[in-house]
Design a protein around this ligand. Structure first.
Ligand SMILES: *[C@@H]1O[C@H](CO)[C@@H](O)[C@H](O)[C@H]1NC(C)=O
Ligand SMILES: *[C@@H]1O[C@H](CO)[C@@H](O)[C@H](O)[C@H]1NC(C)=O
Ligand SMILES: *[C@@H]1O[C@H](CO)[C@@H](O)[C@H](O)[C@H]1NC(C)=O
Ligand SMILES: *[C@@H]1O[C@H](CO)[C@@H](O)[C@H](O)[C@H]1NC(C)=O
Ligand SMILES: *[C@@H]1O[C@H](CO)[C@@H](O)[C@H](O)[C@H]1NC(C)=O
Ligand SMILES: *[C@@H]1O[C@H](CO)[C@@H](O)[C@H](O)[C@H]1NC(C)=O
Length: 564
């Protein structure tokens, strides 16, 4: 008893010191003690590194989308360098990140469910600290690092952050989204650093030059240490002999970041102190059309110099304003030997990969007949180098046009398809865009839903039966009973418009629509996942094709699963 009293007294001053430190610098601390937390509601509830370069806390977008993140304090638009779980944002109300008594750092949502946590359950944990390097560390006794954000980068590598065999920088899906995209920077199994496109249809390496081996690319695959790093000066070195320097190399006070960008290029940036803008000081590819997967199937990327996408003659865009879906043929595939076909010439164009056959010292006529005889052949690429190189193609992906490319593509098309003599490839931007006409999102209740409302109502009835009434209030903003169920003109276009909007936004990886259709009276106190599931369920229930509609068993199951 006595001993415990004497031992608590000397601790009191240090406890008070910490207390006063909190009071005096409530919004400028760089540490989080065990047992404390950061809340999403308070904008000033953030950690700031001692030299103020980095901030760490909730980074918000839209009304109800927040990520536990680290960002550059002084960059315009707060450039994010790390996120706890980029694919699972937290709610704008009630979410918090806590350094729990058991030592783990935990990100919880409004309902207390865990979105993300560190594996640091240990009595040794003392505190979390944001360092000047941009690294968030959880420290044990003697400043031992038990966990660090540097071990789990998202799309950005900071100076002195080790890039290892398990590091994978993954791009954002597109500008304005933080979801995981299709491009990545990583050590390949042969120890070489590469850039890869890994999309829904294909996966393909595009840097360094995929048609050369490691040595021809100036790399080595013999050093198995698989380690890379760059310093504040802007000098990058890797065990595969990749080395580069920033164009403003040597100025150590410049803030830098190496980012796997959403357009598929890897860039080193420098922050301009005065403007808060980023300047590129090195990039992996000088022509963005060299990036694979930019324009989708059949489409051709044209450097203008910004990359634009076009469909070749005989093809048209699959889904206007979404190049991810590429182009589709204006004729029935495949073209059998019995059909009358022609070859349309596209100078300075190539499609990378999917060679049925590659033959050297081949005449163009032999190449043509090779393609004619094979119904799988959709086109052939022909180059005059090496007395004629012939590549017949079974798929047309990664198309690009470059004045420097000396070969041609010959597209196999039915004679009946009309094509102009000279194909003009002047495309549109490769981004996944929502239709401009729908910048203002209307909630389903604002559309005059009548034709298909009965199916929504059917869902409503089921949902109410199993206690999900409030969820449907959530997505409609108005009880479904107020939806004009009796009478009214059949107006399919409104609900079709809504459905299209949701589909397009979902494809583009956008989640903002959820906030906009949810009843504002909820003040953000709703589950984004539940709202998304309900809307998507509703949409699948109004599928044109009856067979694509889910069975009620599946609906009930999905509703039960989306409770959490
Ligand atoms: C910052 O964000 C605004 C609006 O979101 C945008 O218009 C602007 O281009 C951004 N600036 C930079 C430098 O990214
Ligand atoms: C392998 O790469 C590492 C990191 O660049 C370097 O320190 C090491 O000397 C290399 N090993 C050999 C055998 O070249
Ligand atoms: C940025 O600011 C720091 C100090 O405020 C200064 O030392 C540095 O030279 C500046 N960098 C540039 C590029 O202006
Ligand atoms: C490619 O075509 C040539 C010429 O017709 C033929 O000799 C060769 O076997 C083919 N190769 C493959 C892999 O089909
Ligand atoms: C492409 O070029 C043609 C001819 O110059 C022009 O008529 C057409 O409008 C252009 N298309 C686009 C999308 O710019
Ligand atoms: C909001 O909270 C729910 C739990 O109530 C959770 O499932 C959901 O993922 C959270 N996040 C968003 C952005 O809605």
């Amino acid at each position: 008893m006595r001993s415990s009293q004497t031992s608590t007294h000397p601790k009191l001053p240090s406890f008070l010191a910490v207390f006063f430190l909190f009071l005096s610098t409530s919004n400028a601390r760089n540490f989080l003690l065990r047992g404390s937390s950061l809340s999403v509601e308070d904008d000033s509830d953030i950690l700031i590194s001692p030299d103020k370069t980095f901030s760490c806390g909730f980074y918000g977008m839209g009304q109800n989308t927040y990520w536990f993140s680290i960002w550059f304090t002084n960059s315009r638009n707060r450039t994010v360098v790390w996120m706890a779980d980029r694919d699972r944002p937290a709610n704008g109300t009630g979410s918090r990140v806590s350094l729990r008594g058991d030592g783990s750092m935990v990100l919880t949502d409004v309902d207390g469910s865990i979105i993300w946590e560190t594996n640091t359950n240990s009595n040794d944990v003392r505190m979390a600290e944001l360092l000047d390097t941009g690294n968030l560390v959880i420290k044990g006794p003697g400043d031992k690092i038990l966990w660090q954000s540097f071990d789990s980068p998202t799309d950005t590598l900071l100076p002195n952050q080790l890039f290892t065999k398990s590091t994978n920088l993954i791009s954002r899906l597109h500008e304005g989204s933080y979801a995981s995209g299709y491009f990545s920077f990583f050590f390949d199994t042969d120890n070489v650093l590469r850039l890869k496109y890994d999309g829904p249809d294909i996966s393909s390496i595009y840097w360094p030059k995929p048609y050369l081996n490691a040595f021809q690319n100036g790399r080595t695959n013999y050093n198995t240490s698989r380690i890379a790093v760059y310093d504040e000066m802007g000098h990058f070195v890797s065990s595969d002999r990749l080395q580069f320097i920033a164009s403003d190399m040597g100025m150590s006070r410049i803030k830098r970041r190496l980012t796997m960008d959403h357009d598929g290029n890897l860039r080193l940036y420098s922050l301009n102190n005065d403007t808060g803008l980023w300047v590129t000081s090195w990039e992996a590819l000088s022509q963005l059309c060299k990036v694979h997967g930019v324009c989708g199937r059949y489409a051709i990327c044209v450097n203008t110099p910004e990359p634009k996408c076009s469909c070749p003659p005989g093809y048209e865009i699959t889904e206007p304003s979404n190049w991810n879906k590429g182009c589709k043929p204006l004729f029935n595939e495949p073209l059998f030997q019995s059909q009358r076909v022609k070859f349309v010439e596209l100078p300075h164009v190539d499609y990378w990969g999917f060679d049925l056959n590659s033959t050297k010292s081949f005449s163009i006529d032999s190449c043509k007949s090779l393609c004619l005889r094979d119904y799988r052949c959709k086109a052939f690429s022909y180059r005059l180098t090496g007395e004629g190189s012939c590549y017949t193609k079974s798929e047309l992906f990664n198309g690009y046009q470059s004045p420097g490319f000396e070969g041609k593509i010959y597209l196999k098309l039915p004679v009946t398809v009309e094509t102009s003599q000279l194909a003009i490839l002047n495309g549109t931007d490769p981004v996944c865009r929502s239709d401009g006409s729908e910048t203002v999102i209307r909630s389903p209740s604002m559309y005059n839903i009548s034709a298909k409302r009965m199916r929504w109502v059917y869902l409503y009835a089921f949902a109410s039966a199993i206690g999900f009434i409030e969820l449907l209030f959530v997505v409609s903003g108005i009880p479904l009973s107020n939806w004009d169920i009796e009478g009214g003109e059949e107006n399919e276009s409104d609900i079709t418009g809504f459905v299209r909007m949701v589909e397009r936004k979902t494809q583009c990886g956008e989640d903002s629509w959820i906030d906009e259709i949810v009843d504002p009276r909820l003040n953000g106190q709703f589950s984004r996942n539940q709202a998304r599931t309900i809307v998507q369920l509703g949409i699948s229930c109004v599928e044109e094709d009856r067979k694509k509609r889910p069975t009620m068993d599946l609906v009930v199951q999905a509703l039960l699963e989306c409770q959490y």
